[in-house]
Design a protein around this ligand. Structure first.
Ligand code: FAD
Length: 415
């Protein structure tokens, strides 16, 4: 049984591991390199818009059971909001068409048989080939398994997989697409209800966890970057933080919950993803129209999703690498012109901010997916966590929290 568990990295993988280890009576110390917790899922006060915003809009689904258990365990479930049913409103910029996809609650996909619920312009038989994704052979890309064209692809499969995998879907690993479909569409509307941290990612997913950890006696040390791990025999023997070295006792354990490029510098010979995809978010300080849905899917333009928050509209563009070098003013104006068209808001550009996360997720190709390591390492008391470890899921909050839980269980049972 491990005595003290050292968690390296206060992203959602690290925080979920810390919360779980505390709940089974371990002493916990969290070491975070930066001055803030949350990693790629965080809020901050932004001077340009004069309000607290998130680095990027994050969508959870009601079937993300590990993420929702985590939110419950930190007492923040009331901060996740969404429509009462699994509904997704869409607008097509090119045709001006609007529709709402309405999944029925149960596992039998009755919505496919109902022209008022399914994707407009599609017929029942269009949905049948999607089943091929469920049994896709390992190592295949989505484009090798299904035809990536036609109305069903453009209006459902592409937006769903682009958001979930953060990659142009034909390049995406079919095994990850399969996992997404199994855990959402296959389970029915009960698993597909969209949920949003309306008061912010920090207030919902991060600060309540930090408060709980501190209240229960865990130490959370910020600006404490792990520089090296000293190994001796089959164990991690010491953690080198530059100005301080922590010697590990025989029963101490380490959860390394840092991104893959950081883990690769700390653990020699680690096989880990090396390619990444960007996500671009644009935030506009303006009151959303009263009838604006919480999230709106947009097709036929640059904007992919519009999120309506109190006093703010925020846009997500996944696999946004092509926009990384576009001048910020130009990008903000182009994005707002699409938002104004879709929402009917005035054309004048409101106060804005653009947040470009270059390494938002690992590139979910079959080749990069194959590089994801398991949580166990060659060292008895060192385990890996993070959305990039081999969770079988794309890089998501659900994957990060599952990996944190699994790493915590391994440390708790450490021989
Ligand atoms: C813009 C954007 C939008 C997204 N949208 C969604 C979405 O809608 N739905 C969804 O489910 N997921 C979404 N994701 C993905 C989700 O944010 C990630 O999967 C999740 O936050 C990853 O958590 P993590 O703990 O694995 O990694 P990270 O958040 O990267 O955490 C790693 C932590 O380790 C710290 N660290 C690094 N090196 C060291 C060191 N040497 N010592 C100590 N600490 C160190 C880092 O500072 C960081 O805090 C999105 C991501 C982005 C960027």
């Amino acid at each position: 049984m491990s005595e003290t568990a050292h968690i390296i990295g206060a992203g959602l993988a690290g925080l979920s591991a810390a919360v779980r280890l505390l709940s089974v009576g371990r002493q916990v110390v969290v070491h975070e390199a930066t001055a803030f917790a949350g990693g790629r899922c965080r809020s901050y006060h932004d001077a340009a818009v004069g309000m607290t915003i998130d680095n990027g809009n994050h969508l959870l689904l009601s079937g993300n059971h590990a993420a929702l258990d985590y939110v419950r365990s930190i007492g923040a479930e009331h901060r996740l909001v969404g429509p009462p049913a699994a509904e997704f409103a869409f607008a097509d910029l090119a045709s001006g068409k609007r529709w709402t996809l309405r999944f029925n609650d149960g596992r039998i996909p009755l919505w496919v048989f109902d022209p008022r619920r399914r994707v407009p312009g599609t017929g029942v038989l269009d949905y049948v080939p999607l089943a091929r994704l469920l049994w896709a052979p390992a190592g295949k890309s989505v484009g090798e398994v299904i035809r990536c064209e036609g109305l069903l692809y453009q209006r459902l499969v592409e937006p769903l997989l682009l958001a979930a995998l953060n990659i142009d879907p034909p390049q995406g690993a079919a095994r990850l697409a399969s996992a997404v479909i199994r855990e959402t569409l296959v389970l029915g509307g009960r698993a597909c209800r969209p949920l949003i941290a309306r008061e912010g990612l920090g207030a919902t997913l991060v600060e309540p966890a930090l408060a709980l950890l501190r209240q229960r006696g865990a130490k959370v040390v910020m600006e404490h970057q792990l520089r090296a791990i000293r190994f001796a025999g089959g164990t991690a023997a010491a953690l080198d933080f530059g100005n301080e070295t922590v010697t590990l006792g025989a029963d101490d354990g380490v959860v390394l919950a840092v991104p893959p490029y950081a883990a690769a510098t700390l653990v020699n010979g680690l096989d880990a993803p090396t390619e990444f995809r960007a996500i671009v978010n644009a935030h506009f300080r303006i009151d959303p129209p009263p009838d604006a849905p919480l999230i709106l899917g947009v097709l036929g333009g640059t904007v992919q999703w519009i999120f309506a928050f109190p006093g703010r509209l925020s846009v997500t563009i996944s696999a946004g690498d092509r926009l990384i070098d576009t001048p910020r003013e130009q990008l903000a104006a182009a994005i707002w012109s699409e938002v104004a068209r879709v929402t009917g808001m005035p054309a004048a550009l409101p106060p804005w901010q653009i947040v470009r996360e270059r390494r938002a997720t690992f590139a979910a190709t079959p080749a990069q997916d194959a590089k994801r390591p398991p949580a166990r390492t060659a060292w008895r008391n060192l385990v890996l966590a993070g959305d990039w470890t081999d969770t079988g899921l794309p890089a998501t909050i659900e994957g990060a929290t599952r990996s944190g839980n699994y790493a915590a269980d391994l440390i708790a049972k450490q021989p």
